[in-house]
Write a protein that binds this ligand. Structure first.
Ligand code: NAI
Length: 389
């Protein structure tokens, strides 16, 4: 269990206004452990709606801004201005907002995808390094405690040599053209707002990051991807894609990214097959990790139990039995972002050296993966060298 910070980080939001899908998750996560304090926002593309929403959140009306440029300008001029900002807007705005925030000396937590091209992501990476500012990226599932368990099991050799990695994030919510009636879905299938892909960036990058977190020693060597628009009006963006990947240690992986997996709620699964045993995690039951040793009966490892590795227990709030969920997973990441932003050791668990969080490098890798998948798919589904974009 962790202690707490000396004082909360002054925090603002861009986007995430009333009715948005992800805004409430950011607020629940950042505010959960009193590590951040929401003091400012430009919450909505519509300034009036944004102002009304800021009032509902009980913010000082002077610090609810009509747009993010005004907010970053005004807040960076105040002695008590925001120190960190979260970006929860449609994809096409992430790069410019993140860049401007960094230029104003403000840490950023940005939604995925970080931006559209590797070149843009490298620019943000170098800006964050030169300014010594954090860019966190909300691959929120990585905050589930059993992901730390999976990472520790691989590192300690419990699975043996890693051979096969099965990744999927395949839900069914967009099995038909729901975007015709839903503005939050409409921008997701428009390349101007969504970028070069739909499901690859929207869902596929989540399990990709989980694999990066669990298998940090393995690097992708080459990949092959095919993508389809089963709802034809979505073309050129895909609503389904299958990617094959080879790693530098000889392991093979597949990633199923989909919004048309009819009947599936989320369908985000990570299965890692080693020479001795396999593990499997499913985001709809995040408190359990299947551990299957060849020749033995299946074990279900439960969150919060003493038999887990210490890394999987440091974020425990309520012990085993009571289920935790997405808000807690995101709060675990927000606390790590805060630790990195402040260096405040009250936020870090004692004696654990190897805790990670999705940072600007992870954001860049997600963008690189999408760029490679699109390059392969648009060339007819051919193998592409991962590092030659
Ligand atoms: P949404 O369409 O539901 O909400 C977007 C919000 O941003 C709205 O409040 C809108 O008024 C506001 N907005 C748009 N442009 C703005 C601007 N220039 N300045 C200020 N506010 C602006 O979108 P949703 O689903 O919440 O997605 C937002 C981002 O979060 C996307 O990049 C998406 O990929 C990501 N996302 C991430 C998830 C995750 O698990 N990490 C899950 C869902 C979405």
């Amino acid at each position: 269990m962790f202690a707490n910070s000396k004082r909360p980080i002054r925090w603002g939001m861009v986007g995430g206004g009333r009715g948005s899908q992800i805004g409430t998750i950011h607020r629940n996560a950042a505010l959960r452990d009193s590590v951040f304090e929401l003091v400012a926002g430009a919450f909505d593309i519509n300034p009036e709606r944004g102002r009304a929403f800021g009032a509902d959140l009980r913010l000082d009306p002077d610090r609810v801004y009509p747009d993010y440029k005004t907010m970053l300008e005004a807040e960076s001029a105040r002695s008590d201005g925001i120190e960190a900002v979260s970006v929860a807007t449609p994809n096409n705005t992430h790069h410019e907002i993140t860049k401007l925030a960094l230029e104003h000396g403000i840490h950023v937590v940005c939604e995925k995808p970080l931006c559209f091209t590797v070149r843009e992501a490298e620019e943000l990476q170098s800006l964050s390094r030169s300014k010594n500012l954090v860019v966190g990226v909300t691959y929120g599932y990585a905050g589930h405690q059993l992901i730390e368990q999976a990472r520790a099991m691989v590192r300690n050799g419990d699975l043996g040599e890693i051979r096969v990695v099965n990744l999927a994030f395949a839900h069914g919510f967009h099995s038909d053209a729901v975007e015709e009636k839903n503005p939050a879905t409409k921008w997701r299938v428009d390349p101007e707002f969504a970028g070069p892909s739909y499901v690859l960036g929207d869902v596929g990058t989540h399990p990709l990051y989980l694999a990066e977190a669990i298998l940090p020693h393995m690097k992708i060597k080459r990949l092959m991807c095919v993508r389809q628009s089963f709802v034809k009006s979505r073309a050129p963006l895909e609503d389904n894609a299958i990617t094959l990947m080879e790693y530098d240690n000889g392991a093979i992986a597949n990633v199923w990214s989909s919004a048309i997996n009819a009947g599936s709620m989320h369908g985000q699964k990570v299965r890692i097959v080693g020479s001795k045993a396999s593990i499997e995690w499913w985001d709809e039951q995040p408190n359990q990790l299947r551990y299957e040793v060849q020749g033995e009966s299946v074990r279900i490892l439960e969150r919060g139990m003493g038999y887990l590795y210490p890394e999987a227990l440091v974020d425990d709030r309520i012990g085993g039995g009571h289920p935790e969920g997405l808000f807690e997973a995101w709060a675990n990441l927000y606390r790590r972002f805060a630790f990195k932003m402040t260096g405040d050791h009250g936020l870090a668990p004692d004696g654990i050296e190897d805790l990670i969080f999705p940072d600007v490098d992870a954001g860049l890798e997600g963008v690189r993966w999408v760029e490679n998948c699109v390059r392969s798919a648009d060339a007819g589904g051919v193998w592409v060298d991962y590092w030659k974009t």
